[in-house]
Ligand binder design. Structure first.
Ligand SMILES: Nc1ncnc2c1ncn2[C@@H]1O[C@H](COP(=O)(O)OP(=O)(O)OP(=O)(O)O)[C@@H](O)[C@H]1O
Ligand SMILES: [Mg+2]
Length: 433
């Protein structure tokens, strides 16, 4: 199978670009040399020589595990393909019967997805090598003929997107929202602090997956990219990502830095605070783009709280909500240099969910093994199951307000978002939610 992966890379390096292009930057023309000037056919060696070698599944095994990809095992669909729920034996990784073994999510690449091969390989490269409590676990892959699949741990509560904007009628409690933001910040901090920094490039609420206790993990590393090292300030790439989340300077120039992820984090934090999607064509003209709508409120000391999700009904401490709103505003700063690092963000947000943790935020972001923070103790009998087979919390509990320190960053330093460099939500139909 290792040979299969290497052979696949050679094929991918000549592939044309497809569905995830945000804007034609004129860069990143595909040949044998990648965006960074690296030979892309050397890349997968990273995944295959690491400690966690992903299991090579056969297509027949995954077909059996998902009951022939039966429609009632479908968890969701994205730009890459469809995601199915399956059962495999946790020890042998052989397909198991319903109710036996462990649940897994099987992502199946659409055969007509031009960009898909490359993303499949990037997922394998990064998820095969990275392990962190806030990064999704990859169990294995399948590369057989033109079948490309990936097998991940299963997240019973689905994505943050489902919970914030789903049709369940349930409102995600404030404390849970903050905890999810902190978990996601830990995941990004881990990536950015890696020896060779990893830029995630596709930070959005549908890529934040939730386990039964609302621990959040980053999924979808198909667009991830090695970040700049040494004297380099950025890497230049073809512009890929999702409208509404991609940093404006990256869309304009193709120059990618860890601060591009910080911008995406700011957008998701804003979604968490407002309960509104990053881009929603159903909203009125000036409100289609969440950042453009919210920024004038966020920079106004008297009006910032108007953006808060009214469904929260005062569950939050005003001070805590203000800190979170400021963090979001800082992350959305149009000048990437003025944005905080993800480490800064984590240190600002973590005390909101765990006041004792502020001092240890720096060290915990680099911790290995078990998650160092507490998770809410939830009663399993209150769990409902959504259409996609995901659990939905039926028990929205009010939050506890903590005494909070001042924000690390001064919002007054922030510049107003310049809409002229913001991606137009209608510029291209690609990767629109
Ligand atoms: N490991 C998983 N466990 C449970 N559900 C999952 C898992 N991975 C994905 N899903 C579900 O499948 C849906 C589709 O996921 P996918 O990553 O293919 O697309 P997306 O993130 O929605 O969009 P895009 O392709 O633009 O990134 C997710 O929104 C989620 O509901
Ligand atoms: Mg996804």
């Amino acid at each position: 199978m290792g040979n299969c992966v290497t052979a696949q890379v050679r094929h991918v390096s000549g592939a044309s670009q497809g569905s995830r292009t945000l804007a034609g930057s004129g860069r990143g023309q595909k040949g044998n040399v990648g965006d960074n000037g690296e030979r892309e056919d050397l890349v997968p060696a990273v995944a295959l020589t690491q400690q966690f070698v992903p299991h090579a599944f056969t297509y027949a095994d995954l077909k059996q595990a998902t009951r022939n990809f039966r429609p009632d095992t479908l968890l969701g669909e994205g730009g890459f393909g469809s995601v199915f729920k399956g059962n495999i034996d946790e020890r042998t990784f052989q397909p198991a019967r319903v109710g036996q073994g462990m649940l897994v999510a099987v992502k199946k690449l659409n055969k007509d997805s031009l960009q898909g091969d490359k993303e499949w390989l990037a997922e394998l490269k990064y998820l095969g090598a990275l392990r962190h409590p806030n990064v999704v676990k990859l169990f294995g892959y399948c590369c057989e003929g033109d079948h490309r699949l990936l097998v991940y741990e299963f997240f019973p509560r689905g994505s943050l997107e489902n919970h914030l904007f789903g049709r369940s009628g349930h409102t995600l409690p404030w404390n849970t929202r903050l905890k999810i933001a902190v978990d996601a910040a830990k995941g990004l901090t881990f990536l950015h602090n890696a020896k060779i920094p990893v830029i995630y490039r596709d930070f959005k609420s549908s890529n934040i997956l939730l386990d039964s206790e609302f621990n959040a993990k980053l999924s979808d590393f198909g667009l991830a990219k090695d970040g700049p090292t040494g004297d380099k300030t950025h890497v230049t790439t073809q512009v890929l990502g999702t409208y509404g989340y991609a940093a404006p300077e990256y869309v304009a120039t193709g120059k990618l830095t860890p601060k591009s992820d910080v911008y995406g984090f700011g957008v998701v934090l804003l979604e968490i605070l407002t309960g509104k999607r990053a881009v929603d064509k159903a909203r009125n003209g000036g409100e289609i783009n969440l950042v453009e709508w919210a920024t004038p409120y966020l920079i106004d000391k008297r009006k910032w709280s108007r953006v808060l999700d009214q469904r929260l009904d005062g569950q939050y401490s005003f001070k805590g909500a203000h800190i979170a709103a400021n963090v979001s505003l800082q992350c959305l700063c149009s000048d990437p240099k003025l944005r905080p690092t993800m480490q800064d963000v984590l240190e600002s947000l973590q005390p909101l969910v765990d006041p004792k943790a502020s001092a240890s935020a720096r060290s915990s972001s680099k911790s290995k093994g078990k998650s160092p923070y507490n998770t809410p103790n939830r009663d399993r009998k209150d769990i409902n199951v959504s259409k996609q087979g995901h659990e939905v919390d039926a028990d929205a509990k009010p939050t506890i307000a903590f005494k909070l320190p001042s924000p690390t960053h001064d919002a007054s330093k922030l510049q107003k978002q310049d809409p002229s460099v913001c991606p137009s939500p209608t510029a291209s139909p690609l990767r629109m939610k």
